[in-house]
Design a protein around this ligand. Structure first.
Ligand code: ATP
Ligand code: MG
Length: 399
């Protein structure tokens, strides 16, 4: 046993596969970001007035997940901070609003970035804002604030803080502030009032999905430093790129596939990473994704999915209609003593599950009976069950 354990450690420390696996971590920012030159140039041009003490426009960066928004924003911040004209006069802050998801916490981070410590809680938000405003004005500097995953903050707390920050220059006498908002939620602008939208969106920078050849290029450059020479079988990189481009060109997904394929090869003590390893990695990621999505669903959606699962998998029905599903759903609700939702509401939930890609809804014509919806599970059934079993109430029902 301990020999086996030793072997595992030895394998990982003296990897035959990886030269530097850290370079494949999702938060690693490489020295170059190919295929984002246009976005980098646009942002740099908008920010350039900072170097001459003028206020640049606010900016809004958007695009689907894994299209390089965070990497580009951090890269540009780093570059501008290290310009010699900037010495001490350009301040930057990067805040991820998924974690700092209240006005108070965002403002606390901004204070922190200019060297003002505010307690975790206890002050009024207005007071934390005032401290930031006065602190920044005293610094006689220009500041660039990146608010990443900004939808997290706005959905929870509204856009009051954004409004204040995008207008703060009217209150500052000696300093300037520029806000860069980032989101991958394209519907998020619905949550913004027109006044915020117009000031944040002074400049908009779009991040389109990468194409498969672009992903190949990104991966190839990373591979040189992350993997040992010649350990990747021919076809490994193109396959990772193609799989990641299948839904939309997501660089995070492509890098993850490559890393997990490498780890599988390492676990099996192989000398090379094969195409088969990539396929295994793809399955692993898919499975994790399905389980995660299902585990995080609200209870009624889970009961609904359980109903579909029962009818399609356990009872082997080829075509499941909304009527049958609703009846089964109601029975389950009775069993665990909760009030069922209306059939109409369940119809909405069915559409949501369709949008998430968990089920597939097809409208078919039934002649003179009109049209009816046919529902089918469109993810791996085992993973679906595993996700449902994570819920205690549901697992009792499954028993
Ligand atoms: N052009 C590129 N060259 C090299 N690596 C890249 C490039 N674009 C993205 N990456 C890498 O891909 C991963 C995902 O990129 P990033 O985190 O910037 O995506 P994002 O657009 O912020 O996604 P999300 O909306 O999910 O936050 C990161 O590890 C990043 O280093
Ligand atoms: Mg990001």
């Amino acid at each position: 046993m301990s020999k086996k354990l030793d072997d595992i450690f030895t394998n990982i420390v003296h990897s035959r596969i990886f030269k530097n696996r850290e370079l494949l971590r999702p938060d690693y920012i490489p020295d170059e970001l190919p295929h984002r030159e246009k976005q980098i140039m646009t942002i740099a041009k908008v920010l350039a007035p900072l170097l001459q003490d003028q206020r640049p426009s606010n900016m809004f960066l958007y695009g689907l997940t894994g299209t390089g928004k965070t990497a580009v924003a951090k890269y540009v911040l780093e570059k501008i901070k290290t310009r010699k004209e900037a010495s001490g006069r350009i301040l930057t802050a990067y805040v991820n609003c998924r974690y700092e998801d209240t006005d108070y916490r965002v403002l606390a981070s901004l204070n922190e970035a200019i060297g003002i410590h505010v307690p975790f809680t206890g002050l009024a938000t207005a007071e934390v804002y005032k401290r930031f405003l006065n602190g920044l004005d005293r610094r006689r500097a220009s500041m660039v604030v990146v608010l990443d995953e900004i939808d997290g903050l706005v959905k929870k707390c509204g856009d009051e803080l954004l409004y204040k920050l995008t207008r703060i220059n009217t209150e500052l006498k000696n300093s300037k502030l520029c806000v860069i908002g980032i989101t991958n939620d394209l519907k998020f602008t619905e949550f913004l009032s027109a006044r915020v939208l117009s000031s944040l969106g002074e400049e908009e920078v779009v991040f389109p999905p990468y194409t498969a050849p672009e992903l190949e290029d990104i991966l190839s450059r990373r591979v040189e430093k992350a993997f040992r020479n010649g350990v990747l079988d021919e076809g490994v990189i193109p396959l990772c790129a193609a799989l990641a481009a299948k839904e939309h060109g997501d660089a995070r997904r492509a890098l993850e596939l490559l890393r997990i394929a490498g780890e599988i090869a390492e676990r099996n003590s192989q000398d090379k990473v094969t195409i088969e390893n990539v396929k295994q990695a793809y399955k692993e990621i898919e499975k994790d994704r399905v389980i995660e999505v299902i585990t995080s669903l609200p209870l009624h959606s889970k009961i609904l999915l359980l109903s579909i699962y029962m009818l399609q998998v356990e009872m082997g029905k080829k075509e499941v209609t909304t009527g049958e599903i609703y009846d089964t759903y109601k029975t389950f609700c009775e069993k665990i003593k909760i009030d069922p939702l209306t059939q109409r509401r369940i119809g909405d939930l069915i559409n949501e599950l369709d949008t998430l890609g968990i089920i597939n809804v097809k409208l078919v014509s039934r002649g003179r009976y009109g049209r009816t919806k046919i529902i089918k599970i469109s993810v791996n059934e085992k993973s679906l069950k595993e996700g449902l079993l994570n819920d205690e109430k549901i697992s009792n029902l499954l028993k």
